[in-house]
Each structure stands twice: as C-alpha cells, then as structure tokens.
Write a protein that binds this ligand. Structure first.
Ligand code: ATP
Length: 345
C-alpha cells in the first residue's frame, strides 16, 4: 500500500533523511520513532506532499506520488491522505461541525450527504454533542478528537499523524492510543504515525521503523525489535524497560565472558540480571539510583559514570540512594554488538 524507495531529503547542506526504503501493506499501522532530529517529521511531510524528496520515490497503492529524481510530487490535497498535527490547527471561527464539514465542501460533497457524514464521524469520535461549539469552548482532548474527525471525514486511504498526543496529559494520552487504533481499524485506512515515545510506538504499531540520524536503523514488528535488535541503538531504545548494554571491558575478571567481545558491548535483558546482596566474581557494582514496582516485580537501576543497568527482579533488597547495588551478570549474553554498534551475534 505504501512503498518508500531509497528516499532522501537534503536541506541546504543538511541530510535530514538518508536512503530510506520501507514497504507496508494496506491496513498497517506504521510508526516512525526515534530521538529528536532523527528525520521522522521530514519523512511524514514527504508522505503528506508538503516536502519534495531530494532522491527516491513514494508510491501509494502502486501509484507514484513523489519522485525525487524529477523533483516531482503530487500536492497534499490530491493524495487521498489526511494529516493530523501536534497542534490541532482547527479553524477558530468555525464550529466543530463546521470544521469537520470544511474538507467535505472542498471535495464538492452535497449538503445532505455532508450532514450525514458529519454525524457519522462525530459519532465515531464520541463528540456528537459538541457539534455547535467553537474550538475555544472545548477541552484540548476534545479538540484533538475534532482534528481527527476532520481528517477522516473525506475517507482518506492514508492517515498521517505527527505526534498527535503530545499535548495531552499522561492518562488521556494512554486512553487516546486505544481510541486511535479503534478509529484506524474502523476506517480501514493505512496509518503512518510519528512519535519520539517508544512505548507509544511499541503499543500501537503493526510495523515500526526506528530512525536515528536520518536513517532507518531497523524496520519490523514491535516483537521482532525487542527479540532481535539489529543494532546497539535499537537494543537500548525499545522495550519496557529497554535492554542493558555492558561494555566488554566492564565484564569482571572472574566472569566467563571476561576477555571476549573486543571493545564491543554485551546485551542483557533486565529480567536476566540478578541483584546480589554482596559483590562477587560475576557482579558489577554500581551506585543505586532508583527502584519502582512493575507488575508485581521490582525494577532496580544502578548507575556509574559510563554505565546504567536495570534489573527486574521478584525480590529486591531494600536500597537507599548512595548505597552500592550488585548486579550479577549471567554467563550468556542475549547479543553482542561491535564497537560501532552493529550486531555481531
Ligand atoms: P523532532 O522530534 O524534534 O520533531 P524529527 O525527528 O521529527 O525531530 P525532523 O523535524 O524531521 O526531525 O528534522 C530532521 C533534521 O532536519 C533536523 O536536524 C532539522 O533541524 C533538519 N531540518 C528539518 N527541516 C528543515 C528545513 N526546512 N531546513 C533545514 N533543516 C531542516
């Protein structure tokens, strides 16, 4: 449904997106996730037609919509794609109903049909009672719903979301994730969703592209990314909590892995580390930083100048900030990454 091939975007001397190739089927929920400045918004803007690629192509449903080689792109309004921004960009002088009606008018839909469609989408979003209100008379969460209603009203085949939940409070944000997935399914559209929040990415996505420095570091399902991270960056970016990396030179001398790894780093999952009462030949001693309950277990984090380890354990010793915490490193790592962060095994 969406085919992105060798896509790049260069701004006056700055490479924002480098050689990205991704393909997702119809109905997919693709999440572009990565740290600030990694190029995810630029990717979404190219998909929306707001930005022309420097190289590469984008095709929707087998139809070319952008071609970097020809500096050619179909304008946003003619793409069959709807866009929702972080700022909802509602028309302040129009009612909720008026905002939702606007794209339908632009599309040339008749009055009776428009009325019916407005009722339908406001119902789907659970805001049918707000039709006569103005944007400044409703809450931020309700404005968000209006923006989504306006986007889906003309039945676009592709829904594009740029950090749509980042202005909402934590509880509402979690509720809206489920809500957005319900709407995604109800419309049958293919969605592309940009966020810097990996938890949001991992809970919502059918397909995730983890971006870093303009490149896609890894593309796959949330489960694949956690089970088989292909780079040190992905290993420490995804997961709740993310995996631990222990530099090979920090492995204690008495440990079976000592002397292996050649300047790289071993990966251990938080549930594979143990917390011991005292130092031993297989422990790394760090400063206790924090503990918090997770689903009946305890998550314990220790830090040093250049390492941060997190263990999830059943029974945790009582620790205070300033104390040492002893992490016992298992004999077998879940993965090994090279000095450059590439997967070795
Ligand atoms: P954030 O989460 O902070 O929004 P992002 O991953 O969405 O970040 P982009 O907005 O895509 O990142 O920007 C990627 C890089 O391209 C950034 O370094 C940004 O400064 C640069 N960039 C974006 N737009 C332009 C522009 N119009 N001109 C020059 N550089 C730009």
């Amino acid at each position: 449904m969406i085919r992105i091939s060798n896509l790049s975007k260069r701004f006056a001397g700055f490479q924002a997106v480098s050689d990205v190739s991704i393909e997702v089927p119809k109905g997919a929920f693709l999440v572009l996730v990565g740290p600030s400045g990694c190029g995810k918004s630029t990717m979404l803007r190219m998909l929306a037609g707001l930005e022309t690629p420097s190289a590469g192509t984008i095709a929707f449903d087998g139809k070319l919509v952008s071609d970097g080689a020809r500096s050619w792109t179909i304008e946003p309004a003619r793409r069959n794609a709807g866009l929702v921004f972080q700022s909802y960009a509602l028309w302040p002088h129009m009612t909720v109903g008026g905002n939702v009606e606007w794209p339908l008018k632009v599309a040339g839909m008749g009055r009776a049909e428009r009325r019916a469609r407005i009722g339908e989408v406001l119902g789907l979003l659970g805001i049918d009672k707000l039709a006569e209100r103005y944007p400044n008379e409703i809450s931020g969460g309700q404005q968000q719903r209006v923006a989504i209603a306006r986007m889906i009203a003309p039945k676009p085949g592709i829904l594009l979301f740029d950090e749509p939940l980042s202005n909402l409070d934590a509880k509402l944000r979690v509720e809206m994730r489920t809500e957005l997935l319900r709407i995604h399914r109800a419309t049958g559209a293919t969605s592309v969703y940009v966020t810097h929040d990996q938890v949001e990415a991992m809970t919502m996505a059918s397909h995730v592209a983890v971006m870093n420095g303009g490149r896609v570091e890894q593309f796959g399902s949330p489960d694949e990314l956690v089970a088989h991270p292909q780079s040190a960056f992905v290993a420490t970016f995804v997961g709740t909590p993310p995996a631990n990396l222990v530099p090979a030179n920090a492995i204690p001398a008495g440990h079976p892995l000592s002397g292996q790894g050649e300047g790289g780093a071993f990966m251990f999952r938080p549930e594979e580390l143990f917390v011991d009462e005292a130092a031993g030949p297989r422990t790394i001693v760090l400063d206790y930083a924090e503990a918090s309950p997770v689903a009946g277990r305890t998550m314990i984090t220790g830090v040093s100048k250049d390492m941060r380890l997190t263990a999830v354990v059943d029974r945790a010793p009582t620790l205070r900030v300033g104390q040492s915490v002893h992490f016992r490193i298992p004999d077998r790592p879940a993965a090994l990454f090279s000095r450059e962060g590439a997967l070795v095994r």
